[in-house]
Design a binder for this molecule. Structure first.
Ligand SMILES: Cc1ncc(COP(=O)(O)O)c(C=O)c1O
Length: 393
């Protein structure tokens, strides 16, 4: 039998998928708080634009994306972030997933090292592994409000380090990096001639303060990756984009060509309608996620659970009492009618946390956290008089 390539055979299984499969297969009604996707429908004008494009002739289009969409993105980056980038540096991808993948494939070779946050969205480690590279994790610890420690990053860099991945707002923690932290990491990367891949797919979901685009700080050392998935509730449409250094653009385009030829012309028409159409919906969704964050923080604080308050994205890390292992807890909770993603799915720093997705209706959040608290109280004797306690507020 032909054998699997060694790096591919080392790909880890997704610890989130295990819970998703159980939740989907459950015969009793399940409160789903494990999945990270907007619960809003894609706005109607975006869907209409796709229908219109599909009725006209569809075709292969430019690998880097249709120029009119790249132009609109370039204008958006200038308007929102004062970032002036020619469209040659704006590449459309099949979701942010493909942008991260193609950029890594362009710069990382077998044996290279890639610095990745811990906890983090699992794809970074998987992509580095598939390329035969060595994923090296830097900690985002609850006691530091899930912020990176620059000294640790410095200490982990070796002559083999090719990429430092950063992600703000963060999946899974909801932490938002202060502008000074982003600048310090980018400055350090520039000083060592390392590429930063800055995953900014939740850039429109910052609740308190603003978002810092890393690409604005060092255009030749940073790739900033964005997505329509979260901003416009378009996960199923599969369209994202990257702002890449000019020296890297052509190589990434050649990889995109190999991977998918181009992003669907229908999807790109929808993305164009999204980015050039009414933007109030973006703010409305952000307000809803903020309200849900406040609701969840309030419920947990009221129950004496100490959490790090998230400032963006739509996630919250829920600490488990005692030493309960996150995977066992997530499995037990599924049996209890509520599903969360275990912290173990995102790295090694959060073995006793569950990720709560706040991309759910208020009532679902209330009911899901209620079930969690009932389970917790039944499983453990709680310390008394813990009161309200929210760190990083
Ligand atoms: C941090 C992060 N980056 C990238 C993605 C992928 O986004 P897309 O749907 O654009 O591929 C996700 C999806 O959950 C994510 O959480």
């Amino acid at each position: 039998m032909p054998r699997t390539a060694v790096p591919a055979s080392h790909l880890p299984h997704s610890g989130i998928r295990e819970i998703v499969d159980l939740a989907l297969g459950s015969s009793s009604p399940m409160i789903r708080l494990e999945i990270g996707e907007p619960d809003f429908p894609t706005p109607a004008h975006i869907i209409d634009a796709a229908f219109e494009a599909a009725r006209k002739k569809t075709s292969y289009v430019q690998t880097a994306g249709i120029p009119v969409l790249r132009e609109a993105i370039s204008e958006r980056l200038a308007g929102d972030y004062g970032l002036r980038a020619p469209i040659e540096r704006v590449l459309i991808s099949h979701g942010a997933v493909q942008a991260v993948d193609a950029v890594m494939a362009a710069v990382v070779a077998a044996g290279d090292e890639v610095l990745i946050p811990d906890p983090a969205w699992p794809n970074y480690e998987m992509q580095a592994t598939l390329l035969g590279a060595v994923p090296v994790r830097y900690g985002l610890r609850p006691e530091d409000a899930f912020q990176p420690d620059l000294a640790e990053i410095r200490a982990l860099v070796t002559p083999r380090t090719r990429v430092i991945v950063i992600n703000s707002p963060s999946n899974p923690t909801g932490a938002v990096m202060p502008a000074e932290t982003v600048a310090a990491i980018v400055d350090f990367a520039v000083s060592r001639d390392i590429l930063v891949i800055s995953d900014e797919v939740y850039d429109e979901m910052v609740f308190d303060g603003g978002h810092t685009t890393a690409a604005a700080l060092a255009p030749q050392h940073v790739v900033s990756v964005f997505s329509f998935s979260k901003t416009y509730a378009m996960t199923g449409w599969r369209v994202g984009y990257a702002l890449v250094p000019s020296w890297l653009a052509d190589t990434v385009v050649r990889i995109l060509e190999l991977q998918s030829s181009c992003v669907s012309s229908v999807t790109q028409a929808a993305a164009l309608a999204a980015i050039t159409g009414p933007q109030e919906i973006v703010g409305e969704m952000r307000d809803a996620y903020r309200r849900r964050r406040d609701l969840a923080v309030g419920i947990l604080a009221g129950a004496g659970t100490e959490i790090v308050r998230p400032h963006g994205a739509f996630y919250l890390m829920l600490p488990l009492p005692g030493d309960i292992d996150a995977r066992s807890a997530a499995l037990e909770l599924v049996a209890h009618g509520v599903s969360f993603a275990p912290g173990t799915a995102f790295g090694r720093q959060t073995p006793h946390h569950l990720r709560v997705s706040l991309a759910a209706a208020d009532e679902t959040i209330r009911e899901g956290l209620g079930r969690f608290l009932t389970w917790r109280d039944a499983r453990l004797t709680l310390p008394t008089g813990s009161g309200v306690s929210v760190r990083g507020a």
